[in-house]
Write a protein that binds this ligand. Structure first.
Ligand code: BMA
Length: 818
């Protein structure tokens, strides 16, 4: 929703404010919207929290109360004025001329307090007093009728579950623990003349020859008045003159759009969008509308029950990843950076992201982007991995939050599903208190979950609701981390339980909404927080930039399992990314091959909030890790993958087709020897029906000479192509011979660089890495002896340099050779 206001009724209060510590001597300028840590950093009061071990040194900031203030001018204070604030983080009191006008405690609500009686003619002052989240959390925990546990493994800063603010602010197994505070949204003083628009919500009814768009506009007025209101949808514009009562009044109108263009997820059709505008004389609100139907299919079948999305009558296989906040500190995020991350998702053939429940309900423009890009959004409500209070005041706060967020967001065609929380059902089993008194905590959970469900259904009766992620079904409190027959699944046995990559083929999820494998972040990013002396996998700086207990051991242990140990730190980083890509590819290849039994795979996680070792496929800053290049291939709408049998003796080539047209696929299979020669083994041609998966051919591993690999390429009749290799044992068992990889760089006229790579032997998992950030036309590919590949490297804007230097990695060259 984008709102605009006439100038004389609105005083924008964003911009420069003064920040000061309520309990000490520090003060600094702060730009609003913005966060306190970034302002202190700007003023050199604290060092860069992301560098080295500075996280530890800046902990004091969150222990204290902070104030921000500024002045503003009002000519006619006798009118009705209110403040309009959102994303206020979090426990804060707002004063106008020392009169308290708002006491807020929910970062996910919009507050519009009346401030008329506090204003004076001319110069006025506004001050926001932020109470330390650490103190507020402790006070609220103390006031609970019984202890409500939070997850200390994720959150070293305690009691985040007491506060309605992003749960990952208290630290997470990928996040820096800062408990940031500030104001991240709008702040303005507005005059209430006749009435204001409180919310605009829509719903659609698709009928035979068109769509009815039901529009509900909630107006708020100080006293009964008559206001002219204009509504428009595309070319159609109409005026309603209506009387509104004091308080809130809802107006309704139904537009009928004959045979509209439909909105489709990326890869399945166009993203047709219409603009709905609601106008009062001084205020207008616009909404991006896309016409589409969406259903969640949960029919029972032999395995349990399905979990599939049907959009415009077509079942859509969901390919995607989990979204966490764009940055640990709001001031370091921007619309451009987020747009780049979301664009990367679509470029890797994703059509869905899950906005995970430990972060934010994102800003309006985020969902506008998703609408335009065709990214469906699985939207969690913001509760994650903790238990929560069920006191009346807490639930009342949650009810307001849900009602506001659902009305704000549910018109977006990208919003596919609303989900109650992340992993709260599992969390019931994680703490002594809830294991010892399961009834109490389960009842408390149900009160919260039911509050959310009811408020959602009241605000958007036709929205899709799923109680929790993962969940085996409605009112099903089973173990959706291991049971694969029904609902959505979080499959963590490979990472968190140290199972082998093959173990991804031990389950047949209906929809896997989380599964992940970590890697180190790329070298150019590591260099932003570590000095040369720290470049060691177990140095204190590298360890502090790993937030999952045992995470680095898991990465190293997996290397021992599958690879020869890398020769140095940067090759360790490289192999960590190769094995991450292999892990996720193993899962996705198999689960896509189960279509339509499985109808979605969303890996954990798309992005990073700061420079850290994590499960992300995009580095902090947006560069693509090896996994993201792999994802573009394994999520391609038409793809071919090699799936070994349980005993490893045969490999079946599975084709999957997510398009609406049948495709014909030609493929060639080779034996690839460790000296780099390819010998043809088999050619195959087959068709794969629309929205289907099929086995095209099989290979007996005994056909391969000892120590050789399988490789293949394919071309589909819709022009999509691909290639890959399969290793029958492990990479460490391969007697690789020198790859003899050479490269040649040619600057091109448009500021990009062509990098030509060619080996004299076998080069597996070739990764090109420049010393500056940028995007490669491809990466993580194989080359056999004598083959050449030309890659174009486009430096990130602002990173231009005449001579970037390139490093080329490959498996053979990464290995320590004794
Ligand atoms: C999932 C998520 C996150 C977490 C991730 C990795 O369960 O919901 O809480 O970061 O696992 O452990």
């Amino acid at each position: 929703m984008t709102s605009s206001y006439a100038n004389d009724v609105s005083v924008d209060l964003s911009g420069q404010w003064k920040l000061s510590c309520a309990e000490g001597e520090h003060d600094a300028p702060i730009t609003v919207p913005g966060d306190v840590h970034s302002a202190l950093r700007q003023a050199t009061i604290i060092p860069d929290p992301y560098f080295g071990r500075n996280e530890i040194d800046v902990q004091w900031v969150a222990d204290l109360d902070w104030m921000i203030e500024r002045s503003f001018h009002v000519d006619d204070p006798e009118a009705n004025w209110y403040l309009d604030i959102d994303y206020l983080d979090t426990v804060a009191v707002v004063f106008v001329n020392d009169v308290p006008v708002l006491s807020a405690d929910n970062c996910f609500r919009r507050y519009r307090p009346d401030v008329s009686s506090a204003l004076v003619p001319g110069e006025n002052r506004i001050r926001i007093h932020f109470h330390s989240s650490i103190k507020a959390g402790a006070e609220r925990q103390e006031a609970q009728p019984f202890y409500v546990p939070y997850h200390p493994g994720n959150s070293p800063i305690p009691n985040g579950n007491m506060l309605r603010k992003p749960q990952c602010h208290f630290g997470w197994d990928w996040n820096i623990a800062l408990a940031p505070l500030g104001l991240y949204g709008d702040i303005a003083l507005r005059r209430l003349d006749a009435a204001r628009i409180e919310s605009v919500h829509t719903s659609q009814r698709h009928v035979e020859d068109g769509v009815e768009l039901h529009v509900g506009v909630m107006l708020h007025a100080a006293q009964a008045v008559s206001v002219p209101i204009h509504l428009s949808l595309g070319e159609e514009r109409l005026r309603l003159d209506c009387g509104v009562n004091a308080g809130d009044t809802v107006l309704r109108h139904v537009f009928f759009v004959e045979t509209p263009k439909l909105w489709w997820p990326a890869g399945s059709g166009e993203q047709a969008l219409y603009t709905l505008t609601v106008e009062l004389p001084d205020e207008s609100v616009t909404r991006q509308i896309g016409f589409r139907t969406i259903e969640l299919l949960t029919d029972k079948d032999e395995a349990g029950s399905r979990f599939a999305f049907r959009v415009n009558g077509r079942e859509i296989f969901c390919r995607g990843a989990n979204w966490i906040p764009a940055d640990a500190l709001h001031s370091l995020s921007s619309r451009e950076k987020t747009e780049d991350l979301l664009l990367s998702a679509v470029q890797a053939n994703m059509n869905m992201i899950r906005v995970w429940g430990g972060g934010f309900y994102e800003q309006d423009w985020f969902y506008d982007l998703c609408d335009r890009l065709g990214l469906m959004v699985w939207q969690d409500f913001m509760f994650a991995c903790n238990l929560y209070p069920c006191t009346d005041d807490f639930l009342d706060n949650v009810e307001h939050e849900v009602s506001y967020q659902v009305k704000r967001l549910s018109s977006h065609p990208s919003i596919a599903l609303w989900c109650g929380d992340n992993e709260l059902v599992g969390a019931l089993t994680w703490f002594d208190e809830s294991r010892d008194n399961r009834d109490r905590y389960l009842v408390a959970y149900d009160r919260l979950n039911r509050t959310i469900e009811k408020a959602l259904k009241k605000a958007a009766p036709s929205a899709l609701w799923w109680p929790s992620s993962p969940a085996s079904g409605y009112l099903d409190y089973g173990d959706a981390w291991h049971a694969d027959g029904s609902g959505d699944m979080h499959y963590w046995s490979v990472w968190h339980e140290n199972k082998s990559f093959d173990n991804y083929r031990a389950v047949m999820p209906r929809f896997c909404s989380e599964f992940g494998f970590q890697s180190y972040t790329s070298m150019p990013v590591i260099k932003t927080y570590a000095d040369g002396k720290d470049m060691n996998i177990s140095s204190p700086v590298i360890e502090l930039h790993q937030k999952n207990a045992g995470g680095n051991e898991r990465i190293a242990g997996t290397m021992f399992r599958y690879f020869r140990f890398p020769k140095d730190f940067e090759n360790f980083v490289y192999i960590s990314q190769v094995q991450q890509a292999l892990a996720i590819k193993t899962a996705v290849d198999y689960w896509r091959s189960l279509k339509p039994h499985c109808m979605g795979t969303l890996y954990w996680q798309l992005n990073d909030t700061w420079p850290v070792a994590s499960w992300s496929s995009l580095d902090y800053g947006g560069s693509w890790k090896a996994l993201h290049y792999a994802a573009r291939r394994f999520f391609q709408p038409v793809s071919v993958s090699a799936i070994p049998s349980e005993d490893g003796k045969t490999v079946r080539f599975s084709t999957v087709n997510d398009t609406a047209e049948e495709v014909e696929i030609d493929m060639n299979i080779f034996a690839l020897s460790t000296d780099g020669s390819r010998t043809p083994l088999k050619s195959a041609r087959g068709t794969c029906g629309p929205d289907a998966a099929a086995t095209m051919t099989e290979i007996d591993i005994a056909q391969l000479a000892d120590g050789a690999l399988l490789s293949w390429n394919f071309i589909a009749s819709n022009g999509m192509t691909g290639e890959g290799h399969h290793v029958a044992q492990t990479y460490k068992a391969l007697e690789l011979q020198p790859s003899g990889l050479k490269h040649h760089v040619k600057p091109l006229d448009d500021g990009t660089f062509e990098v030509e790579v060619s080996p004299s032997g076998l080069a597996l998992f070739v990764m090109i890495e420049a010393d500056i950030a940028g995007r490669y036309s491809d990466n993580l590919f194989d080359l056999a002896a004598g083959e050449t590949r030309r890659i174009v490297f486009a430096p990130k804007s602002g990173e231009q340099t005449p001579h970037p230097s390139f490093k080329i990695f490959d498996l053979y060259s990464s290995q320590s050779q004794g």
